[in-house]
Design a protein around this ligand. Structure first.
Ligand SMILES: NC(=O)c1ccc[n+]([C@@H]2O[C@H](COP(=O)([O-])OP(=O)(O)OC[C@H]3O[C@@H](n4cnc5c(N)ncnc54)[C@H](O)[C@@H]3O)[C@@H](O)[C@H]2O)c1
Length: 326
């Protein structure tokens, strides 16, 4: 579906990812973008520039209330289904996390079906793999959750449910649906709700306060950090393509250790402090690995997307944004 001239809803529109998707939609010539959010986690503080655009309409609504979706979907061509509870808010309120991530997504698909929306692009997660065995991780890898903490497993399970609902509505009702499995997303307008992106922002905050950041273990733990601009591009390209009923990794394919992350942040802010190492991790730990290799072959082949922002450039962008906030 063509983006130029199209009308789109972004659920969770005021979020980190939703706000970047919105900026990309406006740049690509979308006719209207409806930001549909209940403000439960996000705020509009950082998106005043987006809200000034006459093509943007902010609707305070809840995906757990299907009537609010029906009302707001008049004339919408495509939905970016981004509203959801990440692992940390999920751990704090599992009942609401399950309701929003699983039942909320049925509502989005059901409302799309009855309102004639052509396509839904769903924000899934590599949490759908749980704690995968070492080796190249492509989309056929099964969910392996043995040993993971319950909120991490439950969060991953809700993403699997969301993906399968999308496939069901695609096959049964003709609502095209694509699921994007993001790795750890970070970037400008970074929040404190992502377990693994927290390391970047916590390190920055601590260094700015003249304190030594705490790194769990020996710092060899790795994550695949994907910049939010690349994630937004993947969303638009998935919407634009004719592909349906598929899931794709949206990752860089490059693992970055917590030690390397510290070096990058300290280098950008010019700090000579060293980290403290602690045996104790945060309240909620995701899968911890010292190697991680997500395949992005499928999304490149079927949709034409590849990552473009290096971790060094991406963290620099995030920090310059934070500094510009004062
Ligand atoms: N940030 C990451 O690293 C990451 C990684 C993988 C997947 N994801 C997925 O991407 C999506 C967005 O992530 P983010 O980092 O932008 O999250 P975020 O916490 O910034 O945004 C979630 C948004 O959803 C809204 N929301 C929550 N419940 C709602 C409801 N019932 N109705 C309407 N809006 C509601 C919140 O107010 C918030 O603005 C989530 O679904 C998340 O699971 C994120």
């Amino acid at each position: 579906m063509q983006i130029k001239g199209g009308r789109f809803m972004v659920t969770g529109g005021i979020s980190l990812i939703g706000s970047h998707v919105t900026e990309h939609l406006l740049e690509a010539g979308a006719e209207e973008v409806i930001l549909f959010d209940n403000y439960s986690l996000g705020t509009t503080d950082m998106i005043a520039h987006i809200l000034k655009d006459p093509k943007v309409r902010l609707v305070r609504g809840d995906i757990t209330r299907i009537n609010e979706l029906y009302d707001a979907l008049d004339g919408v061509d495509g939905i970016f289904a981004i509203a959801g509870f990440l692992t940390l808010p999920f751990a704090a309120n599992p009942a609401l996390g399950l309701t929003v991530n699983a039942l909320g997504h049925v509502n989005v698909l059901e409302a799309a079906r009855y309102r004639g929306v052509k396509k839904v692009v769903f924000s899934s997660s590599v949490a759908a793999y749980g704690d995968p065995e070492p080796g190249l991780i492509d989309e056929a890898r099964p969910f392996q959750f043995d040993g993971l903490s319950p909120p991490v497993v439950l969060y991953g399970a809700t993403k699997i449910i969301g993906e399968q609902l999308g496939r069901l509505y695609s096959a049964r009702h003709g609502v095209q649906s694509v699921s994007l499995r993001y790795s750890t997303v970070y970037g400008e307008r970074q929040h404190y709700r992502g377990v693994n992106a927290l390391y970047i922002i916590d390190t920055y905050d601590k260094l700015m306060a003249g304190e030594r950041p705490v790194i769990p273990g020996d710092g060899s733990e790795v994550h695949d950090y994907i910049h939010v601009a690349d994630v937004a591009r993947a969303n638009l390209m998935a919407m634009d393509s004719e592909v349906t009923g598929e899931s794709f990794n949206v990752a860089t394919g490059t693992a970055t250790s917590l030690n390397r992350l510290f070096e990058i942040v300290a280098g950008i802010v010019g700090s000579d402090l060293t980290p403290e190492y602690s045996a104790k991790g945060g309240a909620v730990r995701t899968a911890v690995a010292s190697s991680l290799d997500f395949s992005v072959e499928k999304i490149e082949r079927m949709i034409g997307w590849t990552p473009t922002v290096s971790i060094e450039d991406g963290i620099e962008r995030l920090i310059r944004w934070r500094q510009s906030q004062g």
